[in-house]
Design a protein around this ligand. Structure first.
Ligand code: SF4
Length: 413
């Protein structure tokens, strides 16, 4: 078994833990942001509805800013106020409402899990973090802990990006914060710290602190309600040679939680020495040719062809202009020819590469892909019969396009 971490990285003094809880909760009561899912979780008497509301908000908040989520959350809860309503929705409706929020598989999995609760669990949400994680597809350790503590009062901790930052600073944890060894320690710590009588508020307070005070670049340490418990802050105040023993490095050189000896404390960074992460892999670079096919619709307004992506993989099930991934370093002429061949398959009639009009390039960054869309347009005169054996496709007006389940990247195109 690995050796336990040195005491300076732990919260081992019960009096300190109690004081930290008190200070953090008092701050939260004074300063918390009004967010629609918090209001609902605090006022809704039905436990399943509370769980559902927190679940929807937590899934939307993964990888997405609070300010963006509010609008989507309100629309979602208006359309599907209960698990039962969501279970009856079609995937197409879910994708339409999710359009623009990114990471589309989240919406799909939420809906699949709602169906499972209705069909296999008699419409009753599991009540503990362990069961939530075990029984609901798409619900990981963090989401399960958030739902169980906020909706059902289970005294269980949570660890998300904000909590990682706060805890690493509170306890000067400078080893790679994405490594399983550090993540496991942070979960242990979150479970020790969580307030037994107000676990949901405590977890939200810790995350709120990370989102509004202990922010990545310029944390507001002077206003921080837990600064007296923060070793990074003390170390910044006392400089490189700390006068008290508990803020020194562990000193043995093989501490699993201290910064690596090759990258010691940088006094110009202050508390932002923590957390530290191993360098990210650079994103994959991709080029995709895409063609906006236009025709005059029966009412005279222009219409555009959109086709549906496969039901798995990136942007699964969303609609897009006919598109074709390109090999790197293709000559422009070759790109056109390949796109023309691709379009020919859709339309069942020859497409002249020269007829494709180059419009420009659109760059869109997915989390792990740097995508460049090379955009062409083609105006079609006369009727076109689309091959029904290919993926689903349809003609839409501009308004219909915007109301469809299309990605932000396609809207840019
Ligand atoms: Fe974060 Fe500064 Fe507060 Fe420490 S004192 S928890 S670094 S905001």
């Amino acid at each position: 078994a690995p050796a336990p971490p040195p005491a300076r990285h732990l919260f081992s003094d019960p009096a300190e833990v109690e004081a930290l809880r008190r200070n953090l909760l008092a701050w939260y009561d004074r300063c918390k942001r009004d967010l629609p899912w918090r209001t609902l979780a605090a006022t809704e008497l039905d436990a399943d509805r509370r769980g559902y509301a927190v679940w929807v908000s937590e899934i939307m908040l993964q990888q997405t800013q609070v300010a963006t989520v509010i609008h989507y959350y309100n629309r979602w809860m208006q359309k599907w106020p209960t698990l039962q309503a969501l279970a009856q929705a079609s995937l197409e409706e879910v994708n339409e409402l999710w359009a623009g929020l990114g990471y589309y598989s989240r919406g799909k999995r939420l809906q699949e899990a709602a169906r499972k609760v209705v069909s296999e669990l008699a419409g009753r949400m599991p009540r503990t973090a362990e069961d939530l994680q075990k029984l609901l597809p798409g619900v990981g350790r963090y989401t399960a802990g958030a739902i169980a503590s906020i909706s059902y009062g289970q005294a269980t901790g949570v660890v998300d990006g904000n909590v990682i930052r706060v805890l690493c600073r509170l306890r000067c944890i400078g080893a790679d914060s994405s490594s399983p060894a550090v993540i496991d320690r942070l979960w242990d710590m979150a479970n020790v710290l969580v307030d037994r009588s107000r676990p949901g508020d405590f977890n939200q307070a810790l995350m709120e602190l990370g989102a509004t005070v202990c922010v990545p670049k310029s944390p507001l340490c002077r206003e921080c309600p837990v600064k007296q418990h923060c070793q990074a802050w003390r170390r910044k105040l006392f400089g490189k040679a700390p006068p008290v023993p508990d803020v020194e490095d562990c000193g043995v050189g093989d501490c699993p939680l201290c910064p690596p000896a090759t990258e010691p404390w940088d006094s110009s960074l202050g508390v932002t020495n923590f957390p530290r992460k191993a360098a990210k892999k650079p994103p994959r670079v991709m080029r995709t040719a895409t063609c906006v096919l236009e025709r005059r619709g029966c009412h005279g307004a222009p219409e555009y062809l959109i086709v549906q992506r496969p039901s798995s993989g990136l942007l699964a099930g969303l609609w897009e202009f006919p598109s074709l991934p390109l090999a790197q370093d293709l000559q422009e002429e070759k790109e056109r020819e390949e796109l023309a061949d691709h379009l020919q398959a859709w339309m069942g009639q020859p497409v002249a590469a020269k007829g494709l009009q180059f419009i420009g390039e659109v760059i869109h960054i997915f989390s792990h892909i740097h995508q460049t869309y090379v955009v062409y347009s083609l105006y079609l005169d006369g009727d076109v019969t689309l091959d029904p054996a290919l993926s689903p496709s349809r003609w839409v007006t501009e308004d219909e396009f915007h109301a469809s389940a299309v990605s932000t990247a396609m809207k840019k195109v």
